[in-house]
Write a protein that binds this ligand. Structure first.
Ligand code: GDP
Length: 131
């Protein structure tokens, strides 16, 4: 997912370009506005964290670009490509280093396991929207 900060900044194209050039194939793609309920559900795992309310507010502050990406060992490869959660700690050249402004407004989301990737793919896309 490209988060509202990066969509607002006009960085969606450059981010998708970096993802594609890094060898990922786009299997689904769309621009969507998350409702409060949808953002709360998407980040339910963080509901006890002090930043949950702020995160939900941020994630509903504008549209996001949702995508399904395919590559060998995709979860690990994509997390390497995006860099650390906090852009201050992200490696040079990573998407978060290039485009993120804070630990919360960090430009992109990535699934943390194959199992969660499948859940998150189904959250955003029905089977007509996936190739
Ligand atoms: P990720 O897997 O790298 O996205 O990181 P996490 O799963 O730990 O956190 C989910 C998202 O919550 C992050 O991408 C940030 O947008 C946000 N987040 C994480 N830690 C913090 C924090 O300490 N403060 C705030 N405000 N947001 C955070």
């Amino acid at each position: 997912m490209i988060k509202p900060d990066a969509v607002r900044a006009g960085d969606s194209g450059l981010i998708l370009d970096q993802i594609i050039r890094s060898g990922f194939e786009i299997k689904a793609l769309k621009l969507v506005q998350l409702s409060q309920k949808e953002a709360e559900a998407f980040y339910a795992v963080h509901c006890e964290r002090p930043f949950y309310g702020s995160l939900v507010e941020f994630m509903t502050s504008g549209p996001v670009v949702a995508a399904i990406l395919e590559k060998e060992n995709a979860v690990e490869a994509y997390r390497t490509l995006i860099g650390s959660t906090n852009p201050e700690n992200a490696a040079e050249g990573t998407i978060r280093k290039r485009f993120a402004s804070s630990i919360q407004n960090n430009a992109v989301h990535g699934s943390d396991s194959d199992e969660n990737a499948e859940i998150e793919c189904s959250f955003f896309f029905n089977h007509f929207e996936r190739v």
